[in-house]
Design a protein around this ligand. Structure first.
Ligand SMILES: [Ca+2]
Length: 261
């Protein structure tokens, strides 16, 4: 009887181990809702390449300037030749995570590394504004929903943009992160955000290379439905085209969590 009981215990332990391993492979390791280094050569969520552009989104190996971590990084490319002001799909080359949404009224922590080449076919200063990262609560049931938060870049000036009020035509407020974005080096960004559509507990904290650049709170932030919180996106959204024929930048090691890290 004892032997049989321990055999059953052993089998149930095996079952638990198998279940744990299944969970670990299907869900990002706790406590992260996103943890992507691109080393497995895949983006696990949604890709939104610029329409018609075969070079829009690529995970590349061994860039000449080196990955931030490991050897692989995400490359975003946008080409002016495909731009059509009337077609949203021609304005961006982005990766997104609509499958995992941030809760309203809860602090979130996010970190990512961007590399901006200084060249004219990279991210040389551009008089046309562009978005390079955002949180948006868009959902098929609430089309036309605008972004809730963005990183905007124009003439080398990087700003954190808060959106609030009407989900289709929000109000905006910008906070400067830097007036001269570092080029030709990996730049670390860390964010502590809190989306609050209707109350006043919204928050934006942005660190660049471990230096606190924006620290504001006590407002509403985010537009959309109470049923669908915002999700994160990274990449180029050249809403007003560009001074240049091509725009390229890179990302590595991106993650977000409800837990401070
Ligand atoms: Ca990597």
């Amino acid at each position: 009887m004892i032997k049989r009981a321990s055999k059953q215990r052993f089998l149930s332990m095996l079952f638990v181990c198998a279940m744990s391993s299944t969970l670990l492979t299907s869900v990002h390791a706790d406590p992260y809702n996103l943890y992507e280094t691109f080393e497995d050569q895949t983006w696990d969520y949604t890709s939104e390449p610029q329409k018609n552009n075969p070079y829009a989104l690529n995970i590349i190996n061994n860039p000449t300037f080196g990955a931030y971590e490991g050897s692989r990084v995400q490359r975003f490319q946008w080409d002016r030749v495909w731009y059509d002001a009337s077609d949203r799909a021609t304005k961006g080359s982005e990766i997104a995570q609509p499958q995992v949404r941030a809760a309203w009224n809860q602090d979130i922590w996010e970190e990512f590394y961007f590399y901006f080449p200084s060249s004219s076919d990279g991210m040389s200063n551009d008089s046309k504004g562009m978005i390079i990262k955002q949180w948006i609560a868009w959902h098929p049931s609430i089309p036309n929903t605008n972004k809730s938060f963005a990183f905007t870049l124009q003439n080398g000036v990087l700003k954190a943009q808060r959106a609030y009020g009407d989900r289709v035509n929000p109000s905006y407020q910008d906070y400067t992160i830097t007036s001269n974005i570092p080029k030709d080096q990996w730049v670390k960004f860390k964010l502590n955000l809190r989306f609050d559509r209707t109350g006043s507990s919204g928050k934006i904290k942005v660190w660049m290379n471990d230096s606190l650049k924006v620290d504001v709170s006590g407002f509403s932030m985010g537009v959309g439905s109470p049923d669908y919180g915002p999700y994160t996106k990274y990449g180029i959204y050249a809403h007003s085209s560009s001074d240049f024929t091509k725009r390229v930048f890179f990302a590595d090691k991106i993650k977000w969590s409800y837990n401070a890290f």
